[in-house]
Design a protein around this ligand. Structure first.
Ligand SMILES: *[C@@H]1O[C@H](CO)[C@@H](O)[C@H](O)[C@H]1NC(C)=O
Length: 332
């Protein structure tokens, strides 16, 4: 429920048993619904790159605007090589950490969840991360900075791909162990799988991920799903009006069979009727299975998207002006 409805109810209440406002929207089926916030990972060919030239941080005021529309989760993409420029186990770049912390605080001060997303594809400086112990230290150090903020969520890494499957499992487990070892014991941890963490290939590729363990039992399986023909999210054309539901059906059953919960950490489609129907179909199906689906995040908002086909950045992003009404039933 949004603040304006709460204020309205409070104003007319008088008694504890006020009738719901006439136009109150039906409740979202999800715990979380929001967007990725892109910008700090931009300029991936220039590492570490220059602030304001190669990369930038999300805008607190546009995050507020989206929160006011009912989004309650924002996934903040950043680059590990900028946060820890010398080595995975080395010290932080103070300015980058300070910008990242300010962005996280802007999100969580407003009561939303902030997902820390090292947008690294399982690589550091272009090499597949092979040391689980270095990765565990990286996460222990990062989680130590955010251990007292319960609204932070740790996302182990964006879109592992073309990696040894057992290594992907072990990197995720190392991240979990490092985070808990830092004393961050109340936060959710989003784990991602191989093959770009795709929902449509999850069961075939990532079945071993069911072996992950967390003493706090707060693992959420983050999958991504685009609706164009190759599933890459590069095209505005969706395969059909039913492709969204079709592409998450097997993963839904996997979550149920293994007693796990999941989130779609990235999804999008072009601003056209075919994609809108496909997106609605996917989200309605997930909502019907909200015992295993905690929510979904659009890809993406951020200050530098300009006319990008999926930009949901206020006030002129094409998905902000053209897709938000389609997403309205799932907003808080
Ligand atoms: C962000 O980084 C820039 C460039 O290093 C720095 O000038 C600025 O003070 C930082 N902002 C915050 C909020 O830390």
């Amino acid at each position: 429920m949004r603040f304006d409805h709460i204020a309205l109810l409070a104003a007319v209440a008088g008694s504890a048993a006020a009738a719901p406002a006439k136009n109150a929207k039906r409740a979202s089926p999800f715990q979380w619904f929001g967007t990725s916030e892109s910008g700090a990972e931009f300029g991936e060919d220039n590492l570490p790159g220059v602030y304001g030239k190669d990369y930038y941080f999300p805008d607190a005021s546009t995050i507020q605007t989206l929160a006011g529309k009912g989004m309650n989760i924002f996934r903040v993409a950043f680059r590990m090589e900028r946060l820890v420029p010398n080595s995975m186990t080395g010290g932080f770049d103070d300015a980058y950490l300070s910008n990242l912390t300010a962005t996280v605080r802007a999100i969580t001060d407003a009561g939303s969840h902030a997902v820390l997303d090292p947008h690294n594809y399982g690589r550091y400086n272009g090499e597949i991360m092979s040391s689980t112990s270095d990765f565990q230290t990286f996460w222990k150090n990062v989680a130590g900075e955010f251990a007292s903020n319960e609204l932070v969520i740790f996302d182990t890494n964006n879109e592992y791909h073309d990696m040894d499957q057992d290594l992907v499992l072990k990197l995720n487990q190392a991240a979990i162990d490092g985070i808990r070892d830092a004393g961050a014991t109340s936060q959710y941890i989003f784990v991602e799988g191989n093959s770009w963490t795709g929902a449509w290939t999850w069961v075939d590729v990532n079945d071993n991920m069911k072996a992950l363990t967390d003493p706090q039992d707060k693992i959420v399986y983050e999958m991504h799903q685009y609706l164009d023909s190759d599933g890459s999210g590069k095209s505005e054309t969706c395969v059909s009006t039913t492709i969204g539901k079709e592409r998450v059906t097997a993963a839904t059953q996997w979550l149920k069979d293994n007693n796990k919960v999941g989130v779609i950490g990235e999804f999008a489609g072009g601003v056209n009727d075919n994609c809108k129907a496909a997106i609605t179909g996917m989200l309605d199906y997930m909502g019907d299975n909200s015992d295993v689906w905690r929510g979904a995040l659009w890809w993406a908002a951020g200050p530098w998207w300009a006319d990008y086909i999926f930009s949901i950045e206020p006030p002129t992003g094409v998905a902000y002006t053209g897709m938000l009404s389609t997403l309205e039933p799932y907003l808080q």
